[in-house]
Design a protein around this ligand. Structure first.
Ligand code: ZN
Length: 478
């Protein structure tokens, strides 16, 4: 435990919109005070040139104080990751992934229940998962419980959901279509049953929404025609497949008022459905990921990144990218997560048959720099909005009350972002186990400088920090 009081002097903190305030952060394991150096607020436009920033700020600073002048934000929360421990560690594991998270300014993740063996569908499996993670994480973690369509028995599902909620899972994850042998999707009837039970826990039901019937019919047709190319895969999982699934989900939510969250939204058509549900005041929310905000299907023509870019759902077109940014701005999309899912690229990303290529991108390391670079610095989002999408909204939605805000009483989880520096993404420098990314050679005009978890520095871009895999802990959600 860190009980000694510490201070970080002269950092910039968001004061709403694009305004900032120069502050000192006083902390132990929790934030004690965010102390402004003066009453003055600064507009980002006056700070974006480094020299101008230094001249403007130094009059508020004693000569003997460090003049960091970087942006301080709450530690990132990534509420959609597959860190694969235990069971799928030939792809990713908690040591590598949590180190990647720390390097990406992320201090808490919510790990998915499906990419574990056994899957987190019972408290027994959950206990197994927690003990498998002992001493293996640099960052804090929460969990999803899961409901698999395999051997679906209503009495057992009822019991498991109630017990997992008691045990402190943050939410539940279900699939309308699943590509995993170990974790089945739910029929509409099963989904409705699960939603009724989850509703009583007050926790969210997160749903992978692509229409099974549409996807499978097309997939069969393409495979029968010997189509093994990326285009066939993308056409089998088009925007309509997403929109039809969300439409069906809306019918369920009309009957059962369960807090429902559509994961990794990829299309404008899907977003239109979310908009419709929200205007009927249904409890439906959604999230998206950096790859849907940057890439389009044209990028599959680039052989160097083609297989690395494969995910389900696949990325869509220019108009979808623009709508998703707009959706973030308007509050229709609540947060940005990564769906971090890595693998060994030589083994699982190298096939010429696109159906056989593993679908997943390890992105936990790149989300913060991406969002500041492509969102805030390109003028698509305000500074405050960017921070909300990366931590504040997520802590609020999942009720992680110790995390997510740079405020007294919250855990001292924060990171310093250098908005006056840039980096070229190199897969060889990634911390995750699988070292590949479709963002290879893309420039991010923002760099994670340091990351702190409960007051302790867990990442420093210039000085190696001793890795303490005992430090990360399980955060229960009530
Ligand atoms: Zn996922």
């Amino acid at each position: 435990m860190n009980n000694t009081q510490d201070i970080i002097q002269n950092v910039l903190v968001s004061a709403g919109g694009n305004t900032l305030q120069l502050c000192d952060i006083v902390f132990a394991s929790k934030i004690m005070e965010v102390k402004p150096k003066s009453e003055r607020y600064f507009d980002w436009d006056d700070l974006k040139e480094k020299e101008k920033r230094d001249n403007l700020l130094k009059e508020f600073v004693h000569l003997d104080e460090p003049q960091i002048f970087l942006l301080a934000i709450p530690g990132g929360i990534d509420s959609h990751v597959h860190f694969d421990t235990p069971g799928f560690e030939f792809r990713e594991d908690f040591e590598h992934a949590s180190k990647a998270a720390a390097a990406g300014g992320v201090t808490t993740v919510i790990d998915m229940p499906c990419t574990s063996i056994p899957p987190v569908t019972t408290t027994e499996n959950f206990t197994h998962k927690i003990s498998a993670l002992k001493g293996r994480s640099l960052i804090d973690y929460c969990f999803y419980g899961g409901i698999s369509g395999k051997n679906f028995n209503e009495d057992e599902v009822h019991k498991n959901i109630s017990e997992l909620s008691e045990a402190g899972v943050a939410a539940f994850k279900v699939y309308m279509i699943s590509g995993m042998d170990t974790y089945g999707d739910l029929s509409e009837r099963q989904m409705e049953f699960a939603a009724r039970v989850i509703e009583k826990t007050g926790k969210p039901m997160a749903v992978h929404a692509e229409d099974k019937e549409l996807v499978q019919t097309r997939e069969m047709k393409f495979k029968n025609a010997n189509r093994n190319d990326w285009k066939a895969y993308c056409d089998s999982r088009d925007a309509r497949a997403e929109a039809v699934a969300i439409d069906k989900l809306i019918s369920t939510v009309r009957k059962v008022n369960c807090k429902t969250h559509v994961v990794h939204l990829s299309s404008q058509m899907g977003l239109e459905q979310i908009k419709k549900a929200k205007s009927s005041r249904l409890h439906i929310t959604t999230e998206t990921c950096p790859h849907y905000l940057y890439f389009t299907q044209k990028d599959f023509e680039n052989e160097r990144i083609r297989n690395f870019l494969k995910t389900a759902p696949p990325v869509k077109c220019d108009k979808d990218v623009e709508s998703l940014w707009q959706g973030l701005n308007e509050g229709l999309i609540s947060f940005v997560v990564t769906d971090h899912a890595g693998c060994n690229p030589e083994e699982e990303k190298s096939s010429d048959n696109f159906w056989e290529v593993y679908g997943g991108i390890p992105g936990v390391e790149h989300r913060l720099p991406f969002m500041f670079s492509e969102g805030f610095l390109k003028g698509r989002l305000t500074l405050q909005k960017t921070i909300e999408l990366l931590s504040e909204n997520i802590a609020d939605y999942y009720n992680i009350d110790k995390k997510g805000f740079l405020k007294p009483g919250r855990d001292a989880d924060f990171c310093l972002i250098d908005l006056w520096n840039s980096q070229i993404v190199k897969s060889s420098e990634m911390q995750s186990k699988g070292k590949y990314t479709p963002f290879e050679n893309v420039t991010f005009n923002a760099v994670v400088y340091q990351t702190y978890l409960r007051g302790r520095k867990i990442y420093d871009m210039n000085n190696p920090v001793t890795d303490n895999y005992n430090y990360g802990k399980f955060i229960t959600v009530k």
